[in-house]
Design a binder for this molecule. Structure first.
Ligand SMILES: [Zn+2]
Length: 250
């Protein structure tokens, strides 16, 4: 199994979006990523699909006229399109076999529609919560022809790929543990932990259910205590800690 972290642009955001009360209105740039996993026997898995390429020409494509327009501004260049990132590695989107969505927010499921041959894994509770819900823009993922396999809990779903259910950011949010042979266990947290500040400040107030989020984060830091490394959802400082494409983890 091999992992490549794909950089898919950034979002210009108020700190208040991730750590309410801390530098609340000050803006900073947060990375958006997808994770390409080359499974044994050549099967291809993506964890999350980033923001839609619609934002390259129109940063307001998703949030124009909503409360989020002021707080979140996608910043994408043509090379930040997930198809461009995959093409650079010699892969076309229809070759992707599986997609795990940690959750269905616009920056994690924004390109689901491009993966027409994939089986998508989401938690049933989350999927049902997101259906028709404007906080989870359905146009990117609830489209005819996509096949969702709905999960009721965690466990190993593919060889070396383990789901850990981490609610709080949203109902039925899930994180993914990758058991890499050389580089050890890497945990793709999704937005169960946005960035280090959530842990350092014990600030979970941006989460839909802060108490659940705190418990989920503890579950993940327990894995860290056992030797796993945590890849947070949107930590600008981790861009230097975890090298991205073309670097590969084995
Ligand atoms: Zn996110």
């Amino acid at each position: 199994m091999k992992l490549t972290i794909l950089p898919l642009g950034t979002c210009w955001s108020a700190h208040g979006v991730v750590t309410p009360g801390h530098l609340h209105d000050e803006k900073f740039s947060i990375p958006v990523s997808s994770y390409l996993v080359e499974l044994d026997r050549g099967r291809l898995l993506l964890i999350d699909t980033g923001m839609s390429r619609a934002h390259i020409s129109n940063p307001d494509a998703t949030w124009a006229g909503t409360d989020f327009a002021e707080m979140l501004t996608p910043v994408m260049q043509p090379e930040d399109d997930i198809a461009a990132q995959l093409n650079a590695l010699g892969i076309e989107p229809p070759q992707i076999d599986y997609v795990i969505n940690t959750h269905l927010h616009f920056d994690h499921a924004g390109n689901n529609f491009q993966f027409i041959n994939a089986t998508f894994f989401a938690q049933r509770e989350h999927y049902e919560h997101a259906l028709g819900n404007p906080h989870f823009p359905n146009e990117y993922w609830n489209v005819p022809g996509l096949r969702y396999e709905l999960l009721d809990g965690g466990g190993e779903i593919l060889p070396g790929v383990e789901i850990v259910v981490t609610p709080g950011h949203a109902p039925g949010h899930q994180s993914v543990v990758l058991h890499l042979r050389r580089d050890g266990d890497l945990v793709i947290c999704g937005d169960a932990i946005y960035l280090q500040d959530n842990l350092d400040l014990e600030n979970w107030q941006a989460m839909a259910d802060p108490e659940e989020a705190r418990k989920s984060a503890s579950r993940l830091t327990e894995l860290e205590a056992q030797g796993a490394r945590l890849v947070y959802g949107h930590d600008p400082a981790q861009v230097d800690v975890f090298p991205r494409a073309p670097h590969r983890y084995y």
